[in-house]
Design a protein around this ligand. Sequence first.
Ligand code: NAD
Length: 432
Amino acid sequence: MRLAVLGTGYVGLVAGAGFSDFGNDVVCVDIDAAKVERLRRGELPIYEPGLEPLVTRNVEAGRLSFTTEIAEAVRGAEVVFLAVGTPSAHDGSADLSQVLAAATAIGRAMNGWTVIVTKSTVPVGTAAKVHEAIARVTDHPFAVASNPEFLKEGDAVNDFMKPDRIIIGTDDERAQDALRHLYAPFVRTNDRVLTMDARSAELTKYASNAYLATRISFMNDVANLCERVGADVEMVRRGMGMDQRIGPKFLFPGIGYGGSCFPKDVKAAMATARETGSSLEILEAVHRVNEKQKGVLADKIVQHFSSLKGKTVAVWGLSFKPGTDDTREAPSGVIIERLLEAGARVRVHDPVANESMQRVFGERIEYFGNNYETVTGAHALALLTEWKQFRRPNFKRLLELMAEPVLFDGRNIWDPKEVRELGFTYYGIGRR
Ligand code: NAD
């Protein structure tokens, strides 16, 4: 099939490359000319495991290309995906300006029957708004469908190529057939395509992200209670997860969720409820707990050293989770800001996100390409992202390099007993 994908960010680039890998002809469009120029040179604008070979082999095969010209991409495409951004507006609702501007541009460019598909995360009722925006500028027949994307950064290629489910939200049968046909190769052994109306599809995405965020905030609340009652959240988590109704995934306490999805999607779901005159009370609490949790590790650091003036804190991990360079809404930003306010010098290392953080903190902090260099002369080490390579460091080397042996483990990846026996002071989240 011939496809166009508008927006070449984390979702659009993975989707465009993934569709082309099944033999489709895909043109990816972005209004960011510098991004398109980099892609044309064979450089990826983002870090995502497995994405580079996928893009390269499909570009080389002539199935995948990049442009800034929407009209060129949309003309002749049967299916056009919207994968543009939907950031938070001031009141927490989703800002649809990118989606509606792109929809209008598609309407102006299309020259025959087309399915326009929202892959961006959009509030209930957006498919209808996209329909209106297009109908205003074209006489060609078309259909609009919602097809929310569930990939997770850090494992996006696998998630896209082997999705748990594919949701097709439209009542238009021709659009349903086109999307079923497109997705058939992704679900050959087990049909996991679910067709529903657009409003239900739109809400399924928010409800899924909101539920995952709820599990995280719930465990953070439990972890904080563990500290007050002398229990160990790592044991509580394991005990809970063995119940098959609960399951072990997404029960990890830490320093709060971040990234470009959970924070904004939780706020947008709350805004949708407010617009109907109701509220999503659980989500209000989930959001409050998360905001508080982002300060928990910084509080522990400040309390340990009654003053941080003249102290150096080393930070391992900046991205909001391992496997990505995405630092949008990452708890690391809040924690580093607090440490700087308290007078600390901050030295950081992330395997791939140093550059993203440099755009936020500039020269206010020091960046290192190696995790051991970061800790030289440091009075504390704060672990903020659980990258694999941080799980089993050479602790003896840390003892030699650090000015004071104090570990603040924001992701509970180290064994408190082991590191205490080696001579460290250890702080985790909700542990004994
Ligand atoms: P992103 O910010 O990385 O990329 C969006 C891209 O759209 C940018 O490159 C921007 O220049 C481009 N763009 C904006 N207006 C355009 C237009 N008119 N025409 C062409 N391109 C345009 O965003 P993202 O992280 O890929 O997320 C995109 C959407 O997918 C959001 O709604 C997000 O909530 C949703 N989503 C994201 C993830 C994720 O893990 N990042 C997962 C599932 C769903």
